[in-house]
Ligand binder design. Structure first.
Ligand SMILES: *Cc1c(COP(=O)(O)O)cnc(C)c1O
Length: 357
């Protein structure tokens, strides 16, 4: 049976990227060696690294005064690497849920950390707005897509201080005005690759301003000076990122994927709003295009386990909601085809026919 992969991360990748990765593991570009056994400093791999970076820059329109890094450690390492490099006096954080909270916890190890806005009062079902950003912050940190709660910033905010964003789960899903940010980071495994590589886009002039000593691996400047090869980079993961970005370019780049993502999300949200069995959990204006969270309406709450079973029998994978929100979560990342969303909608309709008289 065809599987429809709605997993939150690691998540669905373009088929062509997986096929090419499988081939490269056996014989990389016909050189008679596996991608897994060649030097990261070989010309063959350097070409992969350079192309991945160039494609990222082209697709997201990253200005020349920003560097793009591919590092290890996941977004969770960035939670401390960012304040290590940038927090001298005071940082501001917007608390939009679990991931933002983890970032706040790490920042507190390095200096004064203010939560300038939070949506905790409503279990993070919205993006805080209309707050004032203090001008004495070293930086303001936001999480542009909240993977667990299904909320997302729809536009790039204006900040009077350096803006830092965790874009793990919506990178390259929509156009971003990179010039509004000082630093953007995320794990690749939601939208642009497999687990194991972390992207960092950083404007160089924000670095080198803290007085503390930085371990070499923590200092972004070392990674910049060595084109992400200060130590052995996650070679295989970077290869799959390149393949995924090649695919993204081939289908029309960010404008095309944004349109597709909007269509997919509209299809599912329309069904959630129409079907008497289901309701969305995030406020409408902040609904994520990447992680669509919904629950059974009160009247039909008992049917939740049955719906999960039914959906599973129809090939749906990964739609159980995070335990902090409950219900269901369909992650509709870039590589998820529209047919999979249609299959889930069909499944919800069929279940409705079975249970609503
Ligand atoms: C998944 C996720 C993370 C954690 O990423 P790791 O690479 O596992 O450290 C951080 N932030 C957001 C928004 C996420 O979705």
């Amino acid at each position: 049976m065809k599987k429809h992969n709605f997993s939150a991360g690691p998540s669905i990748l373009p088929r062509v990227a997986i096929e090419n990765a499988a081939k490269a593991i056996l014989d990389f570009d016909g050189i008679g060696l596996s991608l897994l056994e060649i030097s990261h400093r070989s010309a063959d791999f350097e070409a992969v690294n350079n192309e991945a970076e160039a494609l990222f820059r082209e697709l997201l329109q990253v200005p020349d005064n920003y560097k793009i890094l591919f590092l290890g450690g996941g977004a969770s390492t960035q939670f401390f690497q960012v304040p290590y490099n940038l927090l001298e006096k005071k940082a501001g954080y917007v608390n939009t849920g679990v991931w933002a909270n983890k970032a706040i916890k790490e920042a507190r190890l390095f200096g004064e950390t203010d939560v300038v806005a939070s949506s905790e009062d409503k279990n993070f079902n919205y993006i805080p707005k209309n707050y004032t950003i203090p001008t004495d912050l070293d930086y303001l940190h936001i999480t542009t897509n909240n993977t667990i709660y299904g909320t997302e910033y729809k536009t790039d905010i204006d900040s009077p201080v350096t803006l830092v964003a965790d874009m793990s789960s919506d990178i390259l899903s929509r156009p971003v005005d990179v010039s509004k940010y000082g630093l953007i980071y995320g794990g690749a495994q939601k939208n642009i690759g497999p687990a194991g590589v972390t992207f960092v886009i950083v404007r160089e002039d924000i670095l080198g301003k803290v007085s503390r000593k930085l371990p070499s691996m923590v200092d972004y400047r070392n990674h910049i000076a060595n084109q992400s090869m200060f130590n052995t980079p996650p070679v295989f993961a970077i290869y799959v990122v390149r393949e995924t970005l090649r695919w993204l370019k081939s289908i029309g780049g960010v404008p095309a994927i944004q349109k597709l993502n909007e269509e997919k999300a509209a299809l599912l949200y329309e069904e959630i709003d129409r079907n008497p069995l289901f309701e969305g959990t995030a406020v409408k204006e902040d609904r994520s295009l990447m992680n669509i969270c919904f629950v059974m309406t009160e009247k039909y709450a008992d049917l939740a386990p049955q719906f999960l079973e039914f959906a599973k029998s129809k090939g749906m994978v990964g739609i159980k909601g995070h335990r902090l929100v409950g219900g269901f979560r369909a992650s509709t990342y870039n590589a998820l085809p529209k047919e999979s969303v249609q299959a889930l909608v069909d499944c919800m309709r069929e279940f409705e026919k079975m249970h609503v008289k």
